[in-house]
Design a protein around this ligand. Structure first.
Ligand code: AMP
Ligand code: ZN
Length: 113
């Protein structure tokens, strides 16, 4: 996907602050953090949204959550965190490469607004 912001971040043509990387997953600090710790966790392969998950690519979502557990240990998030996926227009998705917000280090209200 040549015109995708997060594909460009994976390729390194747009800079980011890395938090975690492996063969399948990249995580970086959100440019506009909504919590004291706010990372964006993505599969390196382009998937547009949660609505595009299928039997071929769903293993990548498992890899994302494996990475989140590793980031939790790496960043000492033992007090807890929230994982958020915004999907589509009503879900508030602005970047159309599936991503999971990892928010931590403050008490997060529930239900969210
Ligand atoms: P969403 O609104 O769920 O699509 O989330 C997109 C997220 O990407 C927002 O939290 C933005 O702050 C974040 N974002 C946009 N551009 C960048 C960037 N260049 N580096 C890091 N995070 C970004
Ligand atoms: Zn992409």
């Amino acid at each position: 996907m040549t015109d995708c912001l997060f594909c460009k971040i994976v390729a390194g043509t747009i800079p980011s602050t890395p938090v975690y990387e492996d063969e399948f997953v990249y995580a970086f600090l959100d440019i506009d953090p909504k919590a004291p710790f706010h990372a964006v966790v993505i599969p390196k392969k382009h998937i547009s949204s949660a609505d595009e998950i299928d039997s071929e690519n769903s293993f990548l979502i498992g890899k994302v959550f494996e990475a989140i557990a590793k980031i939790s240990r790496q960043e000492n998030l033992e007090k807890g965190y929230r994982v958020v996926n915004n999907c589509g227009e009503d879900g508030g998705q602005t970047v159309h490469h599936i991503h999971f917000h990892l928010l931590a280090r403050r008490n997060l209200a529930w239900p969210p607004g």
